[in-house]
Design a protein around this ligand. Structure first.
Ligand code: C2E
Ligand code: MG
Ligand code: MG
Length: 318
């Protein structure tokens, strides 16, 4: 109690026991630190060091170092997944998805290493590498007469700084790609931390003529107020509502009303995670604008995607 104010102080402790968890000062301190971090993550008051966490911790550090190298040495690859426009009856966009094939570990999922990159401060370098790679790719596609827009995922960290709009502008000019051919996908949670700052960056993109999409819609702390104030063009319904669409009546209600709501505020609606013909037909019936999912194509390397794209005909697909 300070004056008449009650102040709540959260306390967390990480515990390592001598000699059970180590007999060297440095080792014990590192293990208390690891236990403390895990207490914070689990939001519990006291956390004892758990056998094996050290190895996990060291693995993470190794993975972070490897990722740093992978970015520098170009060991990452971009894959591309098409989005079908139901009215135009053709593929009009692709989403660029990053892939990392680790020398020893094999495929590491982007969900895993993007979180690592965010925590280790590697996001600015990673996002710049992604943007450079896909804008170059897009410019070669355009040169050979392929007219597609490219969607790129951004993380919350990319909106926390002011320098990305200028960087993108520079790339678009250098590779002669019109801003209208770029779509940036952000999640609602990317805007939660510092809404004013994030909104500022989004408005700058918008002014440059870049399209914006909300990714994974329906899974975050969605607020309709926030949605209305975001300068976005497209709303992507999260795949968790789409994967079992033909079986799940609740999902059908959610998806149908989200499409209607989105249309009413002027947004284009994309459904991700379309795995079956049944889901495609339902989404078409609901008036969904664009579809993305394994039923159309899995994400593929640039060369594989182009080979697929040349042969693909929407009317043969359903
Ligand atoms: P996302 O942006 O929501 O991307 C869609 C994810 O759904 C991709 O997973 C894609 O492979 C997967 N997917 C597409 N269609 C289907 C389907 O029909 N069924 C199922 N089960 N899954 C489908 P992926 O490639 O593993 O990427 C996961 C997440 O990692 C992405 O989710 C995105 O948030 C993030 N990510 C990927 N590439 C990048 C990147 O270059 N930069 C950033 N910041 N994040 C990225
Ligand atoms: Mg996305
Ligand atoms: Mg998504």
């Amino acid at each position: 109690l300070i004056n008449e104010f009650e102040v709540t102080i959260p306390i967390r402790a990480g515990v390592a026991i001598f000699p059970l968890h180590g007999d060297q000062t440095g080792q014990l301190l590192r293990r208390t630190e690891i236990a403390l971090n895990s207490a914070k993550e689990k939001k519990c008051t006291v956390q004892f060091y758990e056998e094996g966490s050290d190895a996990k911790h060291l693995n993470r550090i190794r993975l972070i170092n490897d990722l740093k190298q992978a970015i520098e040495q170009n060991h990452l690859v971009m894959f591309y997944q098409p989005k079908v426009d139901l009215k135009a009856r053709r593929v009009t966009q692709v989403e660029a998805l990053i892939r990392w094939f680790h020398k020893e570990l094999g495929f590491v999922s982007p969900e895993e290493f993007i979180t690592l990159a965010e925590q280790a401060g590697l996001m600015p370098a990673l996002t710049r590498w992604v943007l450079l790679t896909v804008i170059k790719e897009l410019s070669t596609w355009m040169e050979s007469g392929i007219d597609l827009a490219m969607a790129v995922n951004l993380s919350a960290y990319d909106l926390a700084h002011d320098d990305l709009p200028d960087y993108i502008e520079k790339l678009l000019t250098e590779y002669k790609v019109p801003a209208t051919h770029l779509i940036l996908e952000v999640t609602e949670s990317a805007v939660i931390e510092d809404p004013e700052q994030a909104m500022n960056v989004l408005h700058r993109f918008k002014k440059q003529g870049i399209k914006l999409a909300i990714d994974d819609y329906g899974t975050g702390y969605s607020s309709l107020g926030q949605l209305k104030s975001m300068p976005v063009d497209e709303l992507k319904i999260d795949k968790s509502f789409v994967l079992n669409l033909d079986q799940d009546k609740d999902d059908q209600v959610i998806v149908r009303s989200t499409i209607e709501m989105g249309h009413n505020i002027g947004l284009t609606i994309v459904a991700e995670g379309v795995e079956t013909k049944a889901a495609w037909l339902l989404l078409e019936e609901y008036g969904c604008d664009k579809l993305q999912g394994y039923f159309i194509s899995k994400p593929a390397s640039g060369a594989d995607f182009l080979a697929w794209y040349k042969d693909y005909d929407v009317n043969d697909a359903v």
